[in-house]
Design a protein around this ligand. Structure first.
Ligand code: DC
Length: 228
């Protein structure tokens, strides 16, 4: 049994879950894992090897050679890598290869942290189904596309909102319909729609939802820590 306090944050593409996860982690002093970066790193490996992201052997080879030191590489944020990451993520063997790392992170967060905030698509359903606090984050596709457009503009990339809406909704559809670990709201997750919320308001809403749940288990995690 783990005594680490896990906050699981799942949601649609570009819904702002990464920003919320980072801020929640900072607020509580917990470790943060962006699980999407793992699939993006696998996709980048496949693309750099000029192989096919839908091919199990190619994707599995990249998963076996994943380089976590490149998690901050801006290359993994490109739309090409985003689309390819959804393809590698639909391959059960790839998900299996990445499972233990994520579960270990949840159970024993790095830096001796008392807890972990993990964001992705299957955190509340598969990776950490016992997490005491779970959020399912969403926003209207046009809102998500505009946020993504602004983010890309900051990187000097110009994309039409219509194209981005099409890409995001196609990726969501693929992530929701895959047979293994599809994107879906865990029955005990709170839904947070950030369509009409700025970053600070979204963070306040997220904190209001998770804080009673975190407070309940934080005390016992602290006691266990002192006892152990
Ligand atoms: O969160 P993101 O956009 O960086 O994720 C990229 C892709 O990785 C996403 O389209 C689906 C996949 N993914 C997943 O299947 N499971 C996760 N826990 C995280 C991401």
């Amino acid at each position: 049994m783990t005594n680490s306090v896990v906050i699981a944050i799942d949601g649609t593409a570009a819904c702002g879950k990464g920003t919320l996860a980072r801020r929640l982690a900072r607020h509580y002093g917990f470790a943060h894992l962006d699980s999407g970066a793992l699939y993006r790193l696998v996709a980048l490996g496949v693309i750099e090897a000029m192989r096919d992201p839908s091919n199990e052997a190619d994707a599995l080879r990249a998963a076996g050679a994943i380089d976590l030191t490149r998690a901050g590489d801006p290359k993994i944020r490109s739309d090409v890598v985003g689309q390819a990451s959804s393809k590698v993520a639909a391959i059960p063997a790839v998900r299996a290869a990445l499972l233990q790392f994520q579960r270990d992170f949840a159970r024993t967060p790095p830096g001796n942290s008392l807890g972990a905030v993990i964001d992705g698509r299957d955190i509340g359903t598969v990776i950490a189904p016992d997490a005491p606090a779970k959020l399912f984050v969403d926003a209207r596709p046009d809102v998500r596309a505009r946020r993504r457009q602004m983010e890309l503009e900051g990187m000097g990339i110009s994309r039409s909102e219509a194209d981005l809406v099409a890409e995001l909704t196609a990726r969501d559809a693929a992530d929701k319909s895959r047979p293994v670990s599809p994107l879906k709201q865990a029955p005990d997750a709170d839904l947070l729609d950030t369509s009409d919320l700025g970053i600070d308001a979204a963070f306040a809403a997220a904190l209001a939802l998770v804080s009673p749940k975190v407070a309940k288990v934080l005390q016992s995690a602290l006691k266990d820590r002192h006892r152990g």
